[in-house]
Write a protein that binds this ligand. Structure first.
Ligand SMILES: [Zn+2]
Length: 213
């Protein structure tokens, strides 16, 4: 993947996700792998409005998170992207700050995880072939110590190879794919499932219907 090709994908996806309410303000960050040996990635620069982002606001960083090319500052969460690339062999890593992922991470924070099952849309996750699939979604505690947080994410992914994504408490979603197309699909699927889960939960409470009935 060339830097200019990656930058084009990142700008297009950022603007699209901004319009859909998943990257409001300067929140979230998106990356594409440029090279694997050694690892280099193209990532959205820090503090950039995702609705107005342009190609010169994409930077290239190395495996240690240091800037290799570009004018901006790499996102503070670059280390999390690199942890996902290392453990999953991902070609693209997408991190959104949506309303529904944030809400669910709060609702289930005490358990540290929750599952989604029974939805046809689960089949949009790579390798899932039936709506009867149960997708576990872990929730990591938020931290401004990105070194520590990326270490926790790396352990989580090494110990749970079946995961397609994880949440950070009151913060957002991390998901990935072998390329940008698969990673984008995973964001769309997760965001749909999060919204459906929150809506069902809240409608059931409003109407006094027991869960799972
Ligand atoms: Zn974030």
């Amino acid at each position: 993947m060339t830097f200019s090709g990656a930058a084009e994908q990142l700008v297009e996806t950022s603007r699209d996700f901004y319009r859909r309410g998943w990257l409001l303000g300067t929140s979230g960050n998106l990356s594409v792998v440029l090279d694997r040996n050694p690892v280099t990635i193209a990532i959205t620069a820090s503090s950039v409005d995702k609705g107005l982002i342009t190609g010169d606001q994409i930077v290239e960083v190395g495996a240690d998170g240091r800037l290799l090319h570009g004018a901006g500052k790499p996102s503070a969460e670059t280390l999390l992207h690199l942890a996902v690339v290392r453990t999953r062999g991902a070609g693209a890593v997408l991190h959104t700050h949506s309303l529904y992922s944030t809400t669910l991470s709060d609702l289930h924070s005490r358990d540290g995880r929750f599952f989604i099952e029974g939805y046809e849309m689960l089949k949009g996750l790579s390798g899932v072939t039936t709506h009867e699939h149960r997708e576990w979604v872990p929730i990591l505690e938020n931290s401004q110590d990105l070194q520590a947080l990326s270490g926790k994410a790396e352990n989580l992914l090494l110990q749970n190879p079946e995961l397609h994504g994880f949440l950070i408490h009151r913060h957002g979603l991390y998901t990935w794919g072998r390329d940008m197309a698969e990673a984008r699909r995973h964001v769309e699927i997760f965001e749909f499932l999060f919204e459906a889960t929150v809506m069902s939960h809240s409608l059931r409470r409003t109407h006094g219907v027991a869960e799972n009935s």
